[in-house]
Design a protein around this ligand. Sequence first.
Ligand SMILES: NC(=O)c1ccc[n+]([C@@H]2O[C@H](COP(=O)([O-])OP(=O)(O)OC[C@H]3O[C@@H](n4cnc5c(N)ncnc54)[C@H](O)[C@@H]3O)[C@@H](O)[C@H]2O)c1
Length: 380
Amino acid sequence: MMAVIVANKHAFLSMFCASGWQAGSEEWLQPPETAMTTFLATQDIARLVQRVGLPELLRRLVSYLEADYGRWAAFDKTPRVAAHSAEGVIELMPIADATLYSFKYVNGHPKNHRAGLPTVMAFGVLADVATGAPLLLSELTLATAMRTAATSAMVARRLARPDSRVMAIIGNGAQSEFQALAFHHLLGISELRLFDIDPAATARLQRHLQATPGLTLVPCGSIADAVRGADIVTTVTADKTNATILTPDLVEPGMHINGVGGDCPGKTELHPGVLAGARVIVEYEPQSRAEGDVQQMPAEFPVTEFWRVLAGAAPGRESREQVTVFDSVGFALEDFSALRLLHDLSRQLGLGTLLDLVPPMADPKNLYGQLQLGGQRQAA
Ligand SMILES: NC(=O)c1ccc[n+]([C@@H]2O[C@H](COP(=O)([O-])OP(=O)(O)OC[C@H]3O[C@@H](n4cnc5c(N)ncnc54)[C@H](O)[C@@H]3O)[C@@H](O)[C@H]2O)c1
């Protein structure tokens, strides 16, 4: 099929008007707007972030996330579908409400850097429930890093002590700058303690953030040094094993732990004793029990889904001394919110290209005729 790729939607519509297509005419059974899919490539997402600014984009992501988490009951939810292998996992993450459907394809391969590839790679689709038409096909590798950081910040606003200023980041890989900047801009974190088993990763994170006004960076020689005295601890390491990044002796009263890297069966970061001594918030319990750090705990171990805290149906932090844990695994709703925002911004900013993922047919039953036309548009 010959792909129709046009610089932007306005150019596309003028091309069709120039070639005789009129809105409302019977010549095509569907106007091109509904038949075409917007495609956002990596460079479109980078341009979009440049235009909006990363802090503002993270803020908008949080407001879309809160809007969607605030409509929890409206969603048809399911744990993600995973295909595990020795080196990693490939997952599909679907979700829908009454008007929009989305899915994300995402992998997690901690040794990928040896092959010159990121640990996490993703793309996703937003579709119209009424017709099934794909509205948006987007890169989601960058977008996943942004939505994960925005989700962490959204949850930390309800769980961390409001006067939190110092955060430790254990694991200084691809996600780490996004986590750091979300907590700096949205929660007022002003000092970051950095630790990674790979000193080059810490050096890169330092290089990227050193010019950020109001942010002090402190590279540390061990997890214990990084965590001592921190208000918030973000663990965002990658290893396909039951790692123990945080042990109970490192946890201080009142800490909030943002556990991001334990997100797969057999892949955890927190010692069970850390969870046992904390109030634990999860995204979607059926998925988190299998994939989160709480996979190590008995089935009756209490966890609270975040939407209940947001709705005021359950408390967030209950005391200044309480230790809180966000056992983040990444839920499909967060990608739904991200895709919704990207779709809205692509239209507002005129970014992206239009693809004919669906055959553009005058007679929708004449699919075979599409082959005879060699992919050309069918006239009525
Ligand atoms: N919860 C979510 O929604 C979500 C979203 C995206 C990624 N993730 C997970 O976050 C993790 C990090 O992703 P990434 O893209 O930054 O991966 P990455 O491979 O780019 O970075 C991981 C970093 O962790 C470091 N590391 C590994 N073991 C360590 C240890 N014991 N102590 C300190 N540092 C250690 C590595 O050296 C590396 O620099 C992955 O496990 C990924 O699956 C979770």
